[in-house]
Ligand binder design. Structure first.
Ligand code: GLN
Length: 406
């Protein structure tokens, strides 16, 4: 389907490339953006990289184009990370969104083939202030522009990103469709850790191996790397994998991953989580945390402009310590709607929102943010150790001699 807006052709066909046959329908709530690069033959050179970003409020922002060319529609979110643009580009939780980087200078380290967080770029596009005119890094394999062009992802630069960020802070939007099924893997598989030893900062700390089933709602590779580094053997399963099949595998624990979109748009995933809760130790990260919240009977809501960046302060209410965390979410769990016994373990210090939950009697823990970082600080890495301890306690409970009735 196509519609006309402000003289540019706004097409949704590019989005359906990402999400199979499901195309996103523009509604009054959807923020519409188009990126257009005129790559028309014979046009004057200084015109060939012209692009425009058009916001739902009617404002038009001048830009230049890099990466792929064309027209695209989606929601803009701003990300305050200073580094890690490649990991951000390959984070499946950005499916359907334009990421606007508030850090002005992007592209200076190019891209390499070790820092990918998933098999492809699922985001709608990249919006930046200044594109580095040169790349300089010993790991650089390609420029950012070439990388995006090959993956058919549009980028625009020379955009007044500060002004747009201010505007986005006053408003918000999002699309209520299932974005998970388009990014999840299609079949269960064993995770094979290809991380080079030089990047490991906590090598194989456990002498025991724990089997974790990881639900792939759009899982970031670094979640798997961090679990593996704590001694886990991991089976990754698709978002639609039945809870009964997971339980048949007799895992030591189940991880519910991050993922794109609105948790309320994926009731089948909430149902799966509900059928696993209380049966084995579980750990939810971001979307996984939101699905856990709903499965426990709680409600999630859309935040005004979400949290996206590598510098969000979070307080661990159990220890009193403050962590600087990596975040990427637009939705949050409303803790007031959760049943008795569920404990809020972490809060975001920027706005007091719920950043972590635990339900000790049910062996449940979850974080709204990203302990695996990538990009971001490693302050919250201890969460993986806590998950490991949950699984250890469960294993030792099982191996305790049962009192005989004799
Ligand atoms: N990173 C994530 O898992 C994001 C979760 C969810 N899609 C949100 O925007 O809140």
């Amino acid at each position: 389907m196509a519609t006309k807006a402000l003289g540019f052709s706004v097409t949704l066909s590019n989005l359906s490339n990402h999400f199979g046959s499901k195309s996103l329908q523009p509604t009054s709530k959807v923020r519409v953006f188009t990126l257009r690069c005129s790559a028309v033959k014979g046009e004057r050179p200084w015109k060939t990289s012209d692009a425009r970003l058009i916001l739902e409020d009617g404002s038009i922002w001048k830009a230049k184009s890099f990466g792929a060319t064309g027209t695209q529609v989606g929601e803009v979110v701003f990300n305050t990370s200073l580094t890690g643009y490649q990991e951000i580009l390959t984070d499946p939780s950005y499916a359907g969104q334009f990421v606007l980087m508030t850090n002005p200078h992007i592209g200076n380290t190019g891209v390499n083939f070790d820092d990918e967080e998933s098999r492809q770029c699922f985001l709608a596009g990249l919006v930046i202030r200044s594109l580095s005119i040169s790349t300089s890094n010993w790991r650089c394999a390609e420029t950012l522009g070439d990388y995006l062009a090959k993956r058919n992802i549009m980028g625009i630069y020379d955009v007044d990103t500060r002004a747009i960020t201010r505007r986005l802070r006053e408003d918000g939007s999002l699309i209520g469709v299932d974005l998970i099924s388009g990014v999840s893997c299609k079949t269960p598989h064993e995770w094979v850790d290809k991380t080079k030893q030089e990047w490991e900062f906590n090598s194989k700390v456990s002498h025991e191996t724990f089997h974790v089933v990881a639900y792939d709602f759009g899982i970031k590779q670094n979640i798997l790397r961090r679990l593996a580094s704590y001694g886990c053997k991991i089976t990754v399963v698709p978002s639609t994998w039945p809870a009964s099949e997971t339980l048949k595998m007799k895992p030591d624990g189940v991880l519910f991953s991050n993922g794109p979109g609105d948790p309320s748009a994926v009731p089948y995933a909430v149902e799966t989580v509900r059928n696993i809760l209380g049966k084995v130790p579980v750990f939810g990260i971001c979307m996984g945390h939101q699905l856990l919240g709903q499965a426990l009977g709680g409600k999630t809501f859309k935040m005004k402009f979400g949290h996206h960046g590598g510098n969000h302060p979070v307080r661990n209410l159990r220890t009193g310590h403050v962590e600087i965390s990596a975040q990427n979410h637009n939705y949050a769990v409303d803790p007031a709607t959760l049943p008795e016994g569920v404990e809020v373990t972490h809060i975001n210090l920027n706005d007091g929102s719920c950043a972590g939950l635990a339900f000790p009697t049910q062996r449940i823990m979850s974080l709204q943010y990203h302990p695996e970082a990538s990009p971001g600080p490693h302050d919250s890495d201890y969460a993986f150790r806590e998950f490991l301890n949950l699984m250890k306690r469960e294993r030792s409970k099982k191996s305790e001699p049962q009192l005989s009735a004799v």
